[in-house]
Design a protein around this ligand. Structure first.
Ligand SMILES: Cc1ncc(COP(=O)(O)O)c(C=O)c1O
Length: 374
């Protein structure tokens, strides 16, 4: 389908059959006028992006205002402006400020950790997972020891532990994992991290920590506080809706944090600092984001149930389901209908990862996927 005919398909879907699916209340019918102004959801008039696990409701009004004010300091280097944000993060996480390293999105944190600790040895991780650390470290000469996910599509902690050797410099955990969305049992992760971090640094990627539905699920920050060789990464890209603004942070004991901060490349910027400070204060938007992600997941899984397609229990802002179709083909078919969905995650080539868009976007997606797979 050409660009023009794709656009007209979307238009038709959005304002024709799609709108019908949304009910008589219209495109933004589920939001009050006040909410629309506050969260400014984009009109559904272009390609619908359900492929990168973004939060389509961000940035919130308070974050936008903070960035606008930040323009006044656009002529200044950001170093002098980091302190307040670091203080806020240290209070939130309950660690001293020398445990925090600000990074331009947690991807930068993953990359610098890969080259800080992986050099001259190997990193062990499971596959599939989020690749940034491993693909970057490989370019710098680090070997990657890949362990397949186990039969339940969980990180295979037993097998990782077996493979740890004198060559192992770091172990990468992603919990909840991308692309599965699954969460490991808390006691198993804690035991694993305590044991393995005595032999190699353990990196815990907690990009989706805020979406975890299990009450009191521990962050590995608790083990950082106890002095273990563990690095935790967090991001402002997901629940806070700032993926395009680029802000994340690492948490580690000061000896490790110093090694990491010495290797930061991109660094932060004034807009990202101001937006992130506002994000930490905007409790309403935080709750709203989680609520909307849960509503969207319920709609996605309802359709998957109707289609009788299995899916995994998600503690994130996306759903991973067994489409039974080759993902490259499905990517193309859905793109032609105006939707970007998740990329292939080998060897799970007949699985598909779909992110939570706005409620309106998800309804349109559900309609299209039903036509394609139903
Ligand atoms: C597990 C995981 N870690 C890190 C990231 C990167 O996030 P950031 O925008 O902070 O670089 C993502 C993005 O999708 C992710 O899924």
């Amino acid at each position: 389908m050409s660009g023009i005919s794709r656009r007209s398909w979307i238009k038709k879907a959005s304002y024709g059959s799609g709108l019908a699916a949304l009910g008589s209340t219209g495109l933004f019918g589920s939001l009050s006028a006040e909410e629309i102004r506050k969260y400014n959801p984009r009109p559904v008039d272009s390609i619908i992006r359900l492929g990168s696990n973004e939060n389509p409701y961000g940035p919130s009004e308070s974050m936008r205002n903070a960035m606008t004010k930040g323009f006044d300091n656009g002529c200044r280097y950001p170093w002098g402006f980091n302190a307040d944000l670091v203080k806020m993060i240290s209070e939130k996480e309950g660690v001293p400020e020398d445990h925090i390293v600000l990074v331009a999105g947690s991807t930068e944190g993953l990359k610098i950790a890969g080259i800080t600790f992986g050099g001259g040895g190997e990193i062990i991780s499971c596959s599939p997972t989020f690749l940034s650390m491993m693909s970057y470290a490989e370019l710098w000469g680090t070997d990657i020891n890949w362990v397949p996910l186990n039969k339940d599509l969980d990180f295979d902690l037993d097998e990782i532990e077996k493979r740890v050797s004198y060559k192992t410099k770091m172990v990468f955990l992603c919990n909840p994992n991308n692309p599965t969305g699954k969460l490991l049992p808390a006691d198993q992760v804690v035991d694993f991290c305590k044991t393995v971090s005595k032999q190699a640094v353990v990196f815990s990627d907690e990009a989706y920590y805020d979406y975890i539905r299990e009450p009191n699920y521990p962050s590995m920050v608790e083990l950082v506080k106890q002095g273990y060789d563990i690095v935790v990464s967090r991001t402002f890209s997901k629940v806070y809706g700032l993926a395009g603004i680029r802000m994340g942070y690492l948490i580690a004991k000061p000896e490790l944090a110093k090694l990491l901060s010495d290797r930061v490349v991109a660094n932060t910027n004034i807009m990202a600092i101001e937006a992130s400070k506002a994000a930490l204060l905007d409790k309403d938007f935080y709750q709203f984001s989680i609520q909307k992600a849960n509503e969207a997941k319920a709609l996605l899984t309802q359709t998957l149930d109707e289609l009788k397609l299995p899916y995994l229990d998600s503690h994130t802002n996306f759903i991973f389901f067994h489409s039974g179709r080759d993902i490259k083909e499905l990517n193309k078919t859905m793109y032609d209908r105006g939707f970007i969905i998740g990329r292939p995650f080998e060897p799970l080539n007949d699985w598909c990862r779909v992110s939570t868009g706005t409620i309106e976007e998800v309804k349109l997606y559900n309609q299209a996927i039903t036509e394609v797979l139903g």
